[in-house]
Design a protein around this ligand. Structure first.
Ligand code: ATP
Length: 215
């Protein structure tokens, strides 16, 4: 799966937020999107997910223009987004939260997918029957990643996964990202600075006041 963004402009309530953004993510590549709070990282991810309509420019996934593809079709294309806040359903168990996107999108091989997720995150299997509200913040973060992985078999957008995370869990998250690459999942990972992503990513894009540069 490749992601190609060309001269993308996005405004929110008439205010230009993203300005002529271009960005490429190759097959199985891991790309960093680095910028301070308010720079536009979340806005770019939401635009890729089809949650914000572009004013102009192109978003292509495997060469296909996403303009006419509604947001709810992203999961079927293997494209998934992990928002910065976890947004788990507190009353559901960890496993039910992970399976939710499979139910919502009619993913047929959900059981096999779940096994793969548990293989790379065995700790989630261990607490799968606990309700989300009973989990620690770190455990919830792992569940949110597991949930994103359910549909995200091709392209995963991770919005500040290391934000507010204790060092032990940061290392664990970094370990989990390794197998994703082997599985050919392309990843866009945002961070406010290079602290955690520097050793992980193949390429860095910097975003400042809605404008993106390479390197
Ligand atoms: P953060 O880590 O703080 O989320 P970010 O880089 O993800 O930072 P965005 O959330 O994309 O930044 O915000 C980019 C800009 O868009 C900010 O200036 C923000 O104030 C503005 N913005 C985002 N959402 C809205 C909204 N719903 N209404 C008005 N302005 C918004």
């Amino acid at each position: 799966m490749t992601l190609s963004i060309e001269a993308l402009n996005v405004a929110i309530e008439g205010i230009p937020i993203l300005r002529d953004v271009s960005l490429e993510v190759g097959e199985g590549a891991m790309v960093g999107l680095i910028g301070r709070n308010g720079a536009g990282k979340t806005t770019l991810m939401r635009a890729i997910m089809g949650l914000l309509p572009p004013e102009s420019g192109r978003i292509r996934i495997d060469g296909r223009d996403m303009a006419a593809v509604p947001s709810y079709r992203r999961a079927g294309l293997g494209v998934s987004y992990m928002p910065e806040d976890r947004r788990l359903i507190p009353e559901l168990t960890a496993e039910e939260n992970v399976l939710l996107p499979a139910w919502a999108n009619g993913i047929k091989d959900a059981a096999a997918r779940l096994e793969w997720i548990y293989a790379i995150m065995p700790e989630v299997r261990e607490f799968r029957d606990r309700r989300a509200l009973q989990l620690s913040g770190g455990q919830q973060k792992l569940v949110a990643l597991a949930r994103a992985l359910m549909p995200g078999r091709k392209l995963l957008l991770l919005d500040e996964p290391f934000e507010g995370v204790a060092p032990v869990l940061s290392r664990r998250l970094a370990e989990v990202f390794g197998p994703l690459r082997q599985a050919g999942v392309a990843v866009v990972l945002s961070e406010s600075d290079d602290t955690h992503s520097a050793d992980l990513v193949d390429r860095v894009y910097r975003i400042e006041r809605g404008a993106v540069t390479v390197g």
